[in-house]
Ligand binder design. Sequence first.
Ligand code: HEC
Ligand code: HEC
Length: 250
Amino acid sequence: VLGCLGLGAVAGGLGCSGIADGSPPPASPLPWRYLPLDPAATAERTYQLYPQGHCMYAVFTSIVGELGRRLGPPHSTFPFAMMAYGLGGVAGWGALCGALNGAAAALALFARDEAERYQATQELLRWHEVTALPVWAPVGTDARPPLPSSVAGSVLCHVSSSRWCAVAGRAFFSPERLERCKRLSADVAAQTVTILNRGAEGRLARRHEPSAETRACQSCHTTEAQARGSFGNLACGSCHAPGPEHSHSH
Ligand code: HEC
Ligand code: HEC
């Protein structure tokens, strides 16, 4: 039997209410319940979970898995192992940082509406662009030299990790870079629960602007009138370095 395996494109009458008309089954309405978590303990859990399924898995599971332990279903029934897909910016593609991807997924489970989801997620992305990371370090490993921090200036795995490698003088395929990503994941998880805790107190309503540089670019490019329109809040300068001819053309 096909059961509920179809992706929604199959004809109705399969006995999976909601699937045929494209809406999800009613089993798990959002948001899921959130209980405030301790950022430091969440960071520690993330670090411990990392070896099981990497960055995205560790961040997501340190939050939702812990709530599953406290609250049971539906939190406890989440197929956590799927979150391993975020490794290396989605299956090693170097795109969105997996730690941020896992955090965004957790925020989406607990946000009360779309506005809150945007608010919380954009705050996290912006924080990651501008904050020197990693900051968190495991206790009791004094023997290990402290790792340098770097400002990613981007939410992309490739850019973020390459910047760190440049600052640290390490190769991507070095144990230090792996350790950096483990600690950065711990930082991201702690920041995520800090945001969620604030949301639980109803104090999420802050507006998060992209960088001043990006806003300047957007003032011309992110308009429907602009033939060469662009979309998104990515740090434009991480890929584009407009030459003198660009600044002279307007
Ligand atoms: C004052 C308005 C304005 C601002 C600010 C601006 N641009 Fe442009 N940009 C233009 C216009 C107009 C064009 C089209 C130029 C052309 O087609 O010759 C353009 C073209 C481009 C192109 C297409 C390639 C090229 O160079 O022609 C890129 C990429 C681009 N801009 C990126 C940026 C980025 C990144 C920023 C911010 C750092 C930025 N722009 C800021 C007006 C602006
Ligand atoms: C991850 C890298 C990356 C980032 C970040 C990025 N861009 Fe681009 N952008 C590109 C690439 C690649 C192209 C295609 C260039 C080409 O083929 O000429 C492009 C094209 C453009 C164009 C030209 C579109 C056209 O029709 O010619 C504009 C304008 C532009 N980007 C603006 C921006 C602005 C504004 C930002 C920041 C909000 C930004 N980009 C961020 C990679 C990036």
